[in-house]
Design a protein around this ligand. Structure first.
Ligand code: M6R
Length: 632
């Protein structure tokens, strides 16, 4: 959570930083701020929020509670001199320590006003550090852990009489926690220092200029040469030179890679929200997830990223899936097909719970971690725990080069393209697509599926993008259903078997973007409690496709109807029986059950989207949330 961005070079820093913040705003939107290095202040001096001695360079800091747009307004009003800032950094915050206020917004200045910092992460031992610094006379204006860190750096710099990069390095040796930081010092107005542990940082390398960001989206129009900092690494950029070293002071050679991202992927392309754009991208994104990896005619499944270690998958006695949120739902759906088609016991755990108990992990387990962002702290920590037990870990991630794929033994990228809306949509269907391909590979190897059977289901998978396209044609009809239920206070989502994780995911989408309470439940469990909630005001969404539990789901629908609940049912095309019972139906094309979630989740995404949009919610940036949850 939180987005950080930095620039050093010949261009005007401010517009680059602000544009970068707009791109990163999905990571947090409680406050925004900017620090600009003024190497030679004009006379008379303009108003500054950061202090600094007369004569030399100064760091100007502007920050504000609220969105990036509020910061932009503030800067406009300040009328900063054009073309005078070529070094700077900016931050968009998701509040952890301290409420969203102007004072708690980043950047934070040290007591002297000479050093500025932006930070994504949590300094866990900040209270003990704060106590020591307070005893030395340091004063704090904010409630943040970050202000403690910048004063620690100042204290080290003062006492050790070292350059800023060395002060940062020494200070970080005293820090427990996670951080991605950028630090500027007015004593070295040509230097930018970056460091990372636990939170992501990418450095874009241009011609005589460098860009820093939490992910690659702010860099894409400037350069396609990037390097990702590793944990316990820091970078010093000075005189057009990038030096990367470890916190232990060992110089390392940065691995520079090509950024594969297009600018159009980062724009709304005529849609009112990124979420709607991403829902509509799914025919393409599912295709991209499969591209070159399967062939229905020959029954080929080839997942290059795990090829070298695929024996670990073939020999696994158990598959253990670790993930959070929507990625966890994808994992739960996979449990059904891994067990049905490949006959391998599969356990799905919330990564956030896994780390903090004493889980049983066997060496011959195959662990699969699933994460869109590749940065979720809970998932990353669960991954590390699994590795400590000597288990092989595969990753399924969307963001190339992010922390999880770098920490796993092998993995498969989903290739869904950047997902900007906080509510995950196309990443979910891409994760399921990859998990299905993994399952087919395993089932073929274990001969739990005949080749002809595999060819058939692979061909069906290849047909899914076409079916998703058909579902998208129902957008207006789904909006009409949404209009009828937009004022409901509660929803229940029910499904059995393969339909259960879809119900959970549908309910999560509604909760997070429409702020309407929704409970996902196995339809079979309804009688054991939730049915007490059903009355004429309760909308109940059923996943009622024709599958193994169809008749049972129909019975559950009857039970809801008998209690006057309002039924919205996802049904198989032409199902007259279900149509008679339900108040509203959304038909999906006939699809083999293991693939059904790829089609049935689309109307639920659209239903949640339209209920949220009709209620005037901030669909892409729902309150209290952030796209990647990089704190535990
Ligand atoms: O990036 P990840 O897939 O690891 O994120 C996991 C969850 O935080 C994420 O799926 C979250 O639940 C989304 N907001 C759901 O739409």
């Amino acid at each position: 959570m939180c987005g950080i961005v930095g620039y050093i070079g010949k261009r005007e820093a401010e517009p680059i930083l602000l544009k970068g913040l707009e791109r990163l705003e999905y990571r947090g939107y409680d406050s925004a701020g900017i620090a600009l290095m003024q190497a030679t202040p004009p006379s008379p001096r303009p108003e500054v929020t950061g202090r600094g001695k007369q004569g030399g360079a100064r760091i100007l800091v502007y920050k504000k509670k609220g969105r990036v747009a509020d910061l932009e307004k503030l800067l406009k009003a300040k009328k900063l001199t054009a073309n005078s800032f070529h070094l700077g950094m900016a931050h968009t915050r998701w509040a952890t320590h301290g409420e969203p206020t102007d004072a708690n917004a980043h950047p934070h200045l040290s007591n002297s006003g000479d050093i500025a910092i932006i930070h994504n992460g949590i300094i866990e031992n900040y209270l003990s550090l704060k106590k020591i610094l307070t005893e030395k006379g340091y004063k704090f204006k904010s409630a943040t852990d970050t202000e403690v860190l910048v004063n620690l750096i100042e204290d080290v710099k003062k006492n050790a009489k070292v350059a800023i990069n060395e002060a940062v390095r020494l200070a970080l040796r005293e820090v427990v926690g996670a951080y991605a930081i950028v630090v500027l010092s007015k004593d070295e107005p040509d230097t930018l220092v970056v460091a990372k542990k636990g939170s992501p940082v990418v450095i874009g390398i241009g011609k005589d200029e460098f860009f820093i960001a939490s992910d690659a989206t702010p860099l894409v129009e400037y350069t396609n040469k990037v390097t990702y900092l590793g944990d316990d690494e820091m970078a010093v950029i000075k005189n057009n030179k990038l030096t990367v070293k470890t916190i232990k002071n060992k110089i390392i050679n940065p691995y520079i890679q090509k950024l594969e991202m297009k600018i159009e992927e980062l724009e709304k392309g005529g849609f009112p929200h990124f979420m709607l754009k991403e829902i509509f991208e799914q025919p393409r994104s599912i295709k991209d997830s499969m591209r070159g990896r399967i062939n229905g005619k020959t029954g080929m499944v080839k997942l290059g990223g795990i090829e070298k270690l695929q024996d670990k998958l073939f020999n696994a006695k158990r598959i253990l899936i670790l993930a959070c949120g929507t990625s966890w739902h994808a994992g739960l759906e996979a449990k059904y097909f891994f067990e049905e088609l490949a006959r391998v016991p599969t356990v799905v755990e919330y990564a956030s719970e896994f780390k903090y108990r004493n889980p049983v992990i066997y060496k011959d387990d195959l662990v699969i971690v699933i994460s869109q962002s590749g940065e979720t702290a809970d998932t990353l920590n669960a991954l590390h725990l699994a590795k400590e037990h000597g288990t092989t870990v595969f990753g399924i991630c969307n963001v190339v080069g992010s922390s999880i794929p770098r920490a796993t033994d092998a993995g498969v990228y989903t290739h869904a393209g950047p997902e900007i809306g906080v509510a995950s949509t196309k990443a979910f269907t891409a994760q399921i697509t990859v998990l299905l391909m993994m399952c087919f590979l395993l089932a073929l190897k274990k001969k739990t599926m005949r080749k002809t059977e595999a060819q058939k289901i692979i061909a069906e998978l290849e047909n899914i993008p076409g079916k998703v396209e058909k579902m998208l044609l129902k957008n207006e009809a789904i909006r009409n259903i949404a209009k009828k239920f937009k004022n409901a206070k509660n929803f229940i989502y029910l499904g059995r078997g393969y339909g259960f994780p879809i119900a959970l995911e549908g309910a999560l989408k509604l909760k997070e973007i429409a702020y309407i309470h929704a409970d996902g439940y196995p339809a079979s469990e309804m009688k054991h409690g939730p049915i007490a909630l059903v009355d004429e005001n309760m909308p109940v969404v059923f996943i009622a496709n024709k599958g193994a539990s169809y008749e049972k789901v129909i019975n559950n629908m009857m039970e809801v109807k008998a209690r006057k609940g309002k039924i919205i049912a996802i049904i198989t095309k032409g199902d007259a029986k279900a149509k008679k019972i339900a108040d509203h139906v959304i038909e999906i094309p006939e699809t083999p059950e293991p693939l059904m979630s790829l089609v049935a989740s689309i109307p639920l995404q659209l239903l949640a989207y339209h209920i949220a949009e009709l209620n005037g919610r901030d669909v892409d940036k729902p309150r209290n949330l952030a796209k990647s949850v990089t704190v535990e």
